[in-house]
Write a protein that binds this ligand. Structure first.
Ligand code: FMN
Length: 193
């Protein structure tokens, strides 16, 4: 395959596929949910999780008010839900009612947890900075929800039981339910022989 090089970055979609989550928030009696592909863990101790959200999003408004959000990890068979909350505006509709989204109760924050999530992080905002046209919100994880059967020894996602929502860009979603898992021991592979 030949490689192209350009200084014109355009929308730079080359980092997809990405694990895509639903960010939920609650403020002033309102709940909202949005899809987010731009998110990542940033620290073990304290446990910090970051998400990049455009200030145009109604979810962002609720996070700004409440200083809280939840990150919900969904299985691939719930990708329609991700597309639904990623394609609608909380300013115009109550997405939970419109899409019949079921909630679980949070324990430390007010943002709803999605019943369909195989895992979720309750976060309190510790940092909020402008990064270009998005805001980088860093939250301290104050509670974790997870389906026990979805994880091996509480850590590794059991891909035979749950395949996560993976977004490819351009409204395309990957289904990796038929995939191979390879274990590559870093101590073995990082050794110079
Ligand atoms: C798959 C997917 C991923 C998205 N990722 C992000 C993201 O990381 N950050 C962001 O600000 N918007 C992202 N969006 C857009 C928001 O989810 C979308 O604008 C949504 O309608 C916002 O809803 P709200 O106004 O109710 O908050 C994504 C949309 C889709 C469909």
């Amino acid at each position: 395959m030949t490689k192209e090089i350009s200084e014109e970055t355009g929308a730079f979609y080359h980092h997809y596929p990405r694990l895509t989550v639903v960010v939920t928030a609650h403020a002033a009696g309102k709940d909202d949910a949005m899809a987010a592909a731009w998110h990542m863990p940033v620290s073990f101790d304290p446990p910090l999780y970051a998400v990049s959200i455009s200030p145009k999003r109604f979810t962002h408004e609720l996070i700004l008010d409440s200083k809280e959000f939840a990150i919900n990890f969904l299985p691939a068979h719930e990708a329609e839900l991700v597309a639904a909350v990623g394609g609608s505006k909380g300013k115009e509709i109550d997405k939970f009612q419109a899409f019949k989204i079921l909630k679980d109760n949070p324990i430390k924050i007010a943002a709803p947890i999605l019943k369909a999530a195989y895992a979720a992080y309750e976060c309190k905002v510790v940092d909020d900075s402008l990064c270009g046209d998005h805001r980088l919100l860093v939250g301290e994880i104050v509670a974790v929800h997870w389906q026990k059967e979805a994880f091996i020894e509480g850590e590794t996602l059991n891909i035979e039981k749950v395949s996560p929502v993976l977004y490819l860009g351009s409204d395309q979603y990957l289904d990796i339910s038929e995939c191979t898992v390879r274990t590559l021991d870093r101590k073995v592979y990082g050794k110079v022989v």
